[in-house]
Each structure stands twice: as C-alpha cells, then as structure tokens.
Design a protein around this ligand. Structure first.
Ligand SMILES: [Zn+2]
Length: 373
C-alpha cells in the first residue's frame, strides 16, 4: 500500500482498499501506522458525490532525509534530499579520488554533516547514504573491484567506513548506474525500458528494464566501454585489448584525435565554436557508439536511449551519429518507437541517482515494515 502511495498522489481509504484488495479495516489500521511513522500525511478531502467528502492521504517525503554522494576522478557532488530526492542542500567541490578512501571519505563525511546542518536536519533523521564511484563496484558488498583510476580503493569497505560515520545504511554503485537511475527518476519516470549511456572520459551504460535498474550478477551489466567496435583492429585500449569502444569513441579518445584538445570539455568547446573537424570527429564517435548500441537494442529492446556525460554536451552531433547507425542496423520492430536523446539532468544525474538508491532502500517494504513495527 505504501509503495503505491510513493507516487505522491493523494488517495482515500476506499481507493487503497480497492487497489490492494484488502479490507477497509486493514487499510485503516495500516494508514494509522504509516501516519504515526510520519511516512504519510493527510492530503485534504476528495470530491464527494454527496455526503461528507472522504479524507485522502499522501506520501510525506520530508519524514526523513538521505545523502546522495557522486564522486568523480577530480570532483565530488553531495546533496541532502528528502525521500523523493528533492534537494535540500547541495555542495560541489574539487576532490581527488587518488587521495584514497580514508581521505576522500573523511571529506565526504565532514561535508555531509555540514549539509545536514544547512538543511536543518540531524543525523538521526538520515535514513541512508547513496554513493556513486568512478569505477567498477560489487553492488552487494559496496566494494570497488580493481578500479583503474582509483589507486588504493580496491576492495575498500566504503559502506563500513561511511556507515560508522553516519550511523545509517550505505549503498554504493558505479557512477554510470547511479546516473541512469537519477536521469530515469527525474526525467523519464514513465519509461519502463531505458538505456542510459555515459560518454565522457570513458564510456559505460546503465540498464533500466521493466522500470528497475539491472546490475547483473556481479554489478557489471552495461559495461560497454570494452566491447569491440566491428572492423577496428589498429587501436589498442588501456585494458590491453584491441578496438575497444572506449579507446575509439570516448571523449578522451576524440580529444586525442583533435589538435588543440586535451579533455572532453575541450572537444565540446570546439564543437560549440563551430569547428568542423571537431563536429565531424564527434559525429564519427557517435557512429562507433551506435554500432555497439545497435547490438544492445537487439538484446534489450529499450524504448529510449539517453546520452549523458561530458561529450553529450556536444549535443546533436553525437546523437545524430548514434541514430544513423542504430536505426540502420536494428530491425524495424525494435526501433519503431525508439527515441534517442541527450540527458536532461546534466551534472545532477549522479547525485539524484545516489539519493534515489538510498531512498529506495529506506522505503523498501522490509524497511517500512521494520519502521512501523
Ligand atoms: Zn578496453
């Protein structure tokens, strides 16, 4: 019943009894428990067809707060949000992931507490912490697994270290998965099957299928950066293989190809300034990404592909290249209603997704049962 109410719509006791199939008395008792826990609140009266109008109830997302943490190679974004991921206090700061888990997580804990104070909330009201890391993470344990750009972080007990500091459950995932979750919840909540592709220094994807993020057995589902691009045999990737998508079409790879560019941001600036060579390089990167995404479309049949990450700021050039190949290489049924667009949440995708991941755990049926027991 509570999961139904999480959409924020006010409902009467009769509505909830009808949808859940439970007796009116059971629904009424449950509403009292949820109200006592602060998770739902009266939401006015429904329109009546005669007689006294019935009371309605709705989710009360401000009952508790969560902390969303998005860690990149050189920056951190943190936000204290309510349980519906509405941002109450936010901070963005330079932070080197190479400083290692202790130093970085100390900084996160300190900043998180500052943000809680800014939002006027206490650590007792903190229902959970969600963290995104720029490398592979075993989701079940929350530990990074041989992360290439995070020296010292392999197998670090991130949930243990932060859990001790906050006294709340900590969930950890890779940055692409939390971006996919953030973009999906904030911009396309009604789309059940969505593929989010991050094109930045590296390339990765997050899979939303049947409305939920799919991580695979070990948490590496969607890791498309090291899939071989058909026909490429002369480019060696940092992973040791030849022809990896990331080595050919990432923001970093495009920057390397262009004179006057060293980072993905430089590439975007050149495209925006009307540099034709840069635009062509980005479009070609789009085609190469499209070749790999065409296979993903055949496997997953998403109704939407959303392109995020730094190179997405080059706008239509990358999307045009991707569309060109995906539509050409997929069967008509798979692409009939397929939309390919750039992300709407921009730099906030990660922190919103980290918040959503923590809120989902805090509001899971098991957690709600414990709370009202
Ligand atoms: Zn590779």
């Amino acid at each position: 019943m509570f999961q139904l109410l999480r959409d924020g719509k006010p409902r009467t006791r009769a509505d909830l009894a009808a949808v859940t199939g439970q007796a009116r008395s059971t629904v009424a008792a449950r509403i009292d428990l949820l109200m006592a826990a602060g998770l739902i609140a009266p939401a006015g009266e429904a329109t009546s067809t005669g007689g006294r109008p019935p009371a309605t109830f709705a989710f009360a997302p401000s009952a508790q707060v969560v902390l969303g943490v998005d860690l990149g190679a050189t920056h951190a974004r943190l936000a204290v949000t309510d349980l519906a991921s509405t941002v109450l206090a936010h901070r963005e700061m330079p932070l080197l992931i190479t400083d290692g888990p202790r130093a970085v997580l100390d900084r996160v804990a300190e900043t998180g507490r500052e943000l809680l104070r800014e939002a006027g909330r206490s650590t007792a009201e903190l229902a959970g912490v969600g963290v995104g890391l720029p490398g592979p993470v075993e989701h079940a344990t929350g530990r990074p697994n041989n992360p290439p750009i995070m020296p010292g972080w392999d197998d670090a007990d991130v949930p243990g270290i932060l859990g001790e500091r906050f006294g709340a459950p900590v969930l950890v995932d890779n940055d692409v998965n939390i971006m996919a979750l953030g973009e999906h919840r904030a911009a396309w909540p009604g789309v059940a099957d969505l593929l989010f592709v991050k094109v930045a220094t590296g390339i990765g994807a997050g899979i939303i299928a049947d409305g939920a993020l799919r991580r695979g057995a070990q948490g590496s589902a969607g890791d498309i950066g090291h899939v071989a691009v058909p026909g490429v045999t002369d480019v060696v990737c940092r992973c040791g293989n030849v022809g990896c998508l990331e080595a050919i079409a990432s923001g970093q790879a495009v920057a390397t190809q262009l004179e006057g560019a060293t980072t993905p941001a430089d590439v975007v600036a050149m495209v925006r300034a009307g540099d034709v060579t840069a635009s062509q390089a980005v479009r070609q990167a789009g085609r190469d990404i499209g070749a790999v995404l065409a296979t993903s479309v055949s496997l997953l049949n998403p109704s939407m592909i959303v392109i995020g990450g730094a190179l997405a700021d080059a706008g239509e050039h990358i999307v045009a290249g991707i569309r060109e190949v995906v539509y050409q290489r997929s069967l008509p049924l798979a692409t009939q209603h397929l939309r390919i667009v750039t992300a709407r949440t921009g730099t906030q995708a990660g922190v919103l997704g980290a918040s959503a991941m923590a809120a989902d755990q805090a509001l899971s049926p098991e957690a709600v049962d414990r709370l009202v027991a």
